[in-house]
Design a protein around this ligand. Structure first.
Ligand code: ATP
Ligand code: MG
Ligand code: MG
Ligand code: MG
Length: 468
């Protein structure tokens, strides 16, 4: 059985033997990229090479890239395969090799190195990409009936720029893992057909008018989820049952005094806590600080969600640092930043946890009262000002309030929440302007007094002088 660490190394070694340079993972904070809050895929650090804004220093590279995907947050624990933080294994060609090399390599890696039986594999291609379909059949030897056209298999970083068709590899985990619906097939939302690898063939540039022209130098960008391939290779039911996760889950279960796999509701919470603490540990390790905007808000939101789910498991005491220690033990060899930045990580974990713990119970109580009122009135939507009060006073990210309400079939009036937040911002801005003006005039008066003169500051500031 391969461990997660071995699978990370094997992938990079396979591509190193094929002329790729092994590079360390880049930070979760994208460099010089205002379009992205966080690194969401292995290709992100290489965007300048793909776009030829920077001349690539080598033609081929391979990495295990740290990624965070907030859009997948609410899938965590509900599907077997989604995390907020995960590692993406990838091989990249910067205007060097293209489809006819990468397709047979991917097949060789999956069937001969990992030895996944061909009869369990499915391939999807972009319907118009006959070239890829033919290469899968002729060069890799895939049976034509195992190749499916999928119109969604087209990748673009944005509305303009490099883009192209992609091709994905799926593993059929067997009927017992499926939803059982007659239409269940590759692409179904259930856990039977697991997407393990996406190969992107960056062959066009899209201009403002939407016209595609072939790129002079075509690129390859692939991404394979480490946790997913580990779940396949270790023959376990979900990513959370691999050696990359199980020790964290078991540790959290011990803290809560429960057993994993005894109660589905607890299991969901255990998976969420394990996933989220792993995510925030790596985010802090890369220097992201919790705050109220941008990636700092994402971090805060994930952290507070972890604390709330831990509470649902009955964990009342501070626990983040102890879970971090397990993550550090298991991952610091591959990611030394977990050791190097340990003080920063622990300080922020403890501070944030303390702040939120202090108000979580009160906030939850207030929210439950509001829910009772709503239900009594036969209403289903919580007013934006109430949601804002929870945010402002108890530190409840509005997404958390939304989620707690959704569990009871209720929702938040988001436009009115935004309006309350805007009103608050305006008021705070005015207040700080007033305070600055007051401080400036006080300073002026002090200086004037020192000089023995009385400056005229306008009538409205008389009261200000009186307060000095
Ligand atoms: P899915 O359809 O399962 O959500 P995706 O098509 O969004 O996956 P890609 O953008 O193609 O994923 O990313 C490349 C690979 O990264 C996927 O094939 C998968 O192995 C892995 N991956 C993507 N999202 C996640 C996630 N949230 N957690 C773990 N692994 C992921
Ligand atoms: Mg996805
Ligand atoms: Mg997909
Ligand atoms: Mg995909």
């Amino acid at each position: 059985m391969y461990t997660g660490n071995e699978l990370r190394d094997m992938f990079r070694k396979f591509f190193e033997e094929r002329g790729h340079k092994i590079l360390p993972s880049a930070s979760l904070i994208p460099k010089d990229d205002p379009t992205l809050l966080l690194t969401v895929a292995g290709m992100v650090p290489f965007k300048p090479y793909f776009q030829r804004r920077v001349e690539p220093p080598f033609p081929r590279a391979t990495t295990a890239q740290k990624c965070v995907r907030t859009p997948d947050l609410e899938e965590v624990g509900k599907t077997a395969r989604h995390h907020t933080y995960f590692e993406m294994l990838g091989n990249f060609s910067f205007g060097d090799y293209f489809k006819k090399e990468v397709i047979p390599w991917a097949w060789e890696y999956v069937t001969q190195v990992l030895k996944i039986p061909a009869e369990k594999l499915w391939i999807t291609v972009y319907p118009e990409d006959d070239e890829a379909r033919q290469l899968w059949i002729e060069k890799a030897g895939v049976k034509p009936e195992r190749i499916i056209g999928d119109p969604e298999n087209f990748w673009a970083a944005g509305p303009t720029g490099p883009c192209g068709p992609c091709s994905e590899i799926y593993v059929d985990l067997g009927e017992t893992r499926g939803c059982g619906r007659p239409e269940c097939a590759v692409g179904c939302d259930c856990d039977r057909f697991l997407e393990i690898w996406n190969l992107v063939f960056m062959q066009y540039n899209r201009d403002e008018a939407g016209v595609l022209t072939p790129l002079p130098k075509q690129n390859i960008d692939t991404g394979m989820g480490l946790e997913r391939i580990a779940s396949v290779m270790q023959g376990v039911e979900t990513n959370f049952d691999t050696d990359l996760f199980r020790p964290i889950i078991d540790f959290v279960a011990d803290l809560a005094g429960i057993k994993y796999k005894e109660n589905p509701k607890n299991d969901l919470a255990l998976k969420v806590v394990a996933d989220h603490v792993r995510a925030i540990s790596f985010m802090l390790a890369d220097g992201i600080r919790p705050n109220n905007e941008g990636r700092g808000y994402v971090l805060r939101r994930i952290l507070r969600r972890a604390v709330r789910y831990a509470k649902l498991l009955g964990i009342d005491k501070p626990f983040l640092e102890s879970v971090f220690r397990i993550i550090q033990r298991d991952y610091a060899q591959a990611y030394p930043e977990l050791k190097d930045n340990e003080n920063f990580i622990i300080n922020h974990l403890n501070l944030e946890e303390k702040n939120f713990q202090a108000t979580l119970d009160q906030g939850t109580q207030m929210l439950q009262e509001k829910v009772r009122e709503l239900v009594e009135k036969g209403e289903t939507v919580l007013g934006g000002s109430d949601a804002f009060y929870l945010y402002e006073t108890y530190g409840f990210p509005v997404e958390l309030t939304e989620e707690i309400l959704a569990e009871q079939g209720l929702s938040v009036d988001m436009p009115s929440f935004q309006a309350s937040a805007e009103e608050h911002r305006q008021r705070a801005k005015e207040q700080s302007q007033q305070m600055r003006a007051a401080a400036e005039s006080a300073d002026l008066i002090q200086r004037a007094k020192a000089l023995g003169v009385t400056p005229f500051l306008g009538y409205h500031q008389v009261s200000c002088e009186a307060k000095i």
